[in-house]
Ligand binder design. Structure first.
Ligand SMILES: *[C@@H]1O[C@H](CO)[C@@H](O)[C@H](O)[C@H]1NC(C)=O
Ligand SMILES: *[C@@H]1O[C@H](CO)[C@@H](O)[C@H](O)[C@H]1NC(C)=O
Length: 627
């Protein structure tokens, strides 16, 4: 008989695999070998440096007037503006988990609605939610009708409104003025059954209101065929469902007028727009927007999956002990994610097309529930002899038994020429007397390719990543994956109950609720070595420039330090503290998903997609990290 034979061989397989080394490593990586009591008690490190940006008690939900449930945060170095992408409906509209049950505004009065928040970090003010405005009817580009109705922001990136303000000047030249506006690029998942989109907005920092300008002006949506990724060589299409975005500040769209069409009274008297009077290069640049190209990572292609069975969700770890074991034996049990998640795409704004980026080396592995993160680094800029805004990309990778952050470097192996492509674009136009006048234009794009040289081993799977201007990475994660899953599942069920949706388990009393899991944040720094001796630190730009010019390959030696830790805590433990204790103790988002770092002010910003209590700012403790 065939069937019992198969079963018994699977059983034998199970037995042998549970004593198998990678399986043990798997459990260790996800914290299953950690003792719950040790995680709770001895798990505080520098927490007193971390506080919510708010006057309320750290333990209270943020409510509608503060950002909460923030997937991502970015900091713009030029203007000091931080932007947060937050979605208070996250527990029931969760693109990470593939759960789309309720993205509506039934609870808006107590928790707010999805949106982008801006925060001027150079002032002691609070973050402000930006009002999204759409162009007037006479504007050539019209906002999609659903923009204001259904908006669920995920990854976010920022750059100046025009490359003029981004370009690095040569030494001795006058520095560029601060940009008059920022471009905010947001991955948005409005619909459950369609891939998401990328919306691009202008945040004006000049004009009335200055940096406190509370309006985000929509200018463009990238979606559908413009976002369908094609492979550089094979033309194989991928449905890109955008998650994280990183700016490639080198190839831009044609200029677009920054202002919506001028109202008649401005046309009659142009002096009304103060600051727009001069014709020097900077004020010309201030008047137009050019959209940069950007890298984008994708969620798995869920259109191929069978429709989800109501509230069942694919866990990021395993719901049963046999699953990891079975995944070794039978590929259909494997929870390594769909291939589109381990790819990287670049959207070329000059031609409105998305291509896949060639990664030469061991591809990043992605795992269900840990969607692909991405950071680009400019290698220290001109001062360090670099000439690209993405001299390196940082991508976390997670296999069955190891978590790493990979560093991918641009064109070490392939020259630039290999990435240049011609694209023919038919521009449809009509002559003044109404006859068609189509022009075939040829555009050249450069799609960088990358090669993987370095990978830094991590103790826990990486849930948030940021790279500072010296190329050091900051990573956040939770030591125990299963406790994260339990906690999120219980928060989600609470929310479902409030919304009257079916839940996955019966209501739990407050003492039965799973504790908030422990979290930690690490810094990974490095030294450059050549022939065995340390030749440079990350900030020695002059030295690095000399070496780069000579074409010396420097080996990097990485060192990872744990900088912050928060413990696992039950509701009773948290509620048992006095106000005084609570304020002193400090606080981190339970499941950190977004990081931004300001190494000049020595501050780290931490958000959590499942965090109802806002976001945290941590002062970098002096003796714990490098300069
Ligand atoms: C790209 O799309 C914009 C509209 O968003 C359009 O104005 C522009 O002409 C397009 N570019 C090309 C090369 O087709
Ligand atoms: C950047 O520098 C590298 C190495 O010096 C060189 O090969 C490459 O052509 C340069 N790229 C650009 C865009 O100038």
């Amino acid at each position: 008989m065939l069937v019992p034979l198969v079963i018994s061989s699977v059983a034998a397989g199970l037995l042998s695999v549970t004593s198998y080394f990678p399986y043990k490593n798997h459990l260790k990586l996800h914290g299953d070998s950690l003792d719950a009591t040790s995680l709770a008690s001895n798990h505080v490190l520098n927490l007193e440096h971390c506080h919510p940006v708010s006057t309320r008690l750290p333990n209270e939900p943020a409510g509608p007037v503060e950002p909460s449930f923030c997937e991502d945060v970015v900091l713009d170095r030029r203007t000091g503006m931080a932007y947060l992408s937050c979605d208070p409906t996250r527990l029931t509209w969760d693109a990470r988990a593939g759960i789309f049950e309720d993205g509506g505004d039934k609870l808006a009065r107590e928790q707010g609605t999805p949106g982008i928040w801006a925060w001027d970090t150079s002032r002691r003010s609070l973050a402000r939610k930006l009002y999204i405005s759409t162009p007037p009817p006479e504007y050539p580009l019209q906002a999609p009708a659903d923009l204001l109705k259904t908006f669920h922001p995920l990854g976010i990136a920022v750059t100046a409104s025009n490359p003029y303000f981004v370009e690095e000047v040569d030494e001795g030249a006058e520095p560029r003025p601060q940009p008059p506006a920022n471009l905010v690029v947001v991955a948005n998942k409005p619909y459950a059954d369609k891939p998401g989109v990328v919306d691009i907005f202008v945040h004006d920092l000049d004009k009335v209101g200055g940096k406190d300008h509370a309006t985000l002006r929509w200018i463009k949506r990238v979606e559908g065929h413009e976002l369908t990724g094609t492979h550089v060589d094979t033309d194989m299409p991928f449905k890109v469902d955008p998650f994280r975005v990183a700016i490639f500040a080198e190839q831009y769209s044609q200029p677009i007028d920054r202002d919506y069409p001028e109202p008649q009274h401005v046309k009659d008297n142009p002096d009304i727009l103060a600051g727009f009077k001069h014709d020097d290069v900077a004020s010309k640049a201030a008047r137009t927007v050019r959209i940069p190209s950007f890298f984008v990572t994708s969620f798995p292609d869920r259109t191929k999956e069978p429709p989800s069975q109501g509230i069942s969700e694919r866990s990021s770890l395993f719901s049963a002990v046999w699953q990891p074991v079975a995944s070794y034996l039978l590929p259909q049990y494997s929870l390594t994610s769909d291939s589109v998640t381990s790819k990287l795409f670049i959207h070329h704004s000059s031609i409105n097309r998305t291509l896949s980026v060639r990664l030469d080396g061991s591809d990043p592995d992605q795992w269900h529930g840990f969607p692909p993160l991405l950071q680009a680094w400019d290698g220290g800029g001109k001062a360090a002899g670099s000439n690209s805004s993405a001299i390196a990309l940082f991508i976390p990778t997670l296999t069955v038994d190891s978590a790493k952050v990979q560093e991918w470097e641009q064109h070490w192996v392939r020259g630039i020429a290999g990435g240049i492509r011609d694209h023919r674009v038919l521009q449809k136009a009509t002559t003044p007397d109404g006859r068609p006048n189509n022009v075939l234009q040829v555009y050249k794009t450069y799609t960088p390719s990358f090669v993987n040289f370095f990978a830094v081993e991590q103790e826990t799977p990486v849930r948030a990543l940021v790279v500072d201007e010296h190329g050091r990475s900051w990573t956040a994660g939770n030591p125990n994956t299963r406790s994260v899953e339990k906690w999120i599942a219980s928060q989600r069920d609470e929310r479902r109950r409030r919304l009257g949706l079916p839940t996955s388990s019966p209501a739990l009393s407050s003492s039965e609720r799973p504790p908030r899991p422990a979290a930690k944040i690490d810094q990974t720094t490095f030294v450059f070595r050549h022939l065995g001796s340390v030749v440079a630190h990350p900030w020695d730009k002059e030295k690095l420039k000399t070496k780069r010019k000579k074409g010396v390959f420097l080996r990097k030696e990485f060192h990872t330090f744990n900088v912050f830790k928060s413990p696992a805590e039950t509701k009773a433990e948290i509620e048992g503290r006095s106000e005084e204790e609570m304020r002193k103790r400090g606080w981190l988002p339970t499941v950190p998903t977004g990081l931004a770092v300001d190494i000049h002010k020595k501050l780290l910003y931490v958000t959590g997609a499942y965090e109802e209590r806002g976001f945290a700012v941590c002062a970098l403790p002096a003796d714990w990290i490098e300069a």
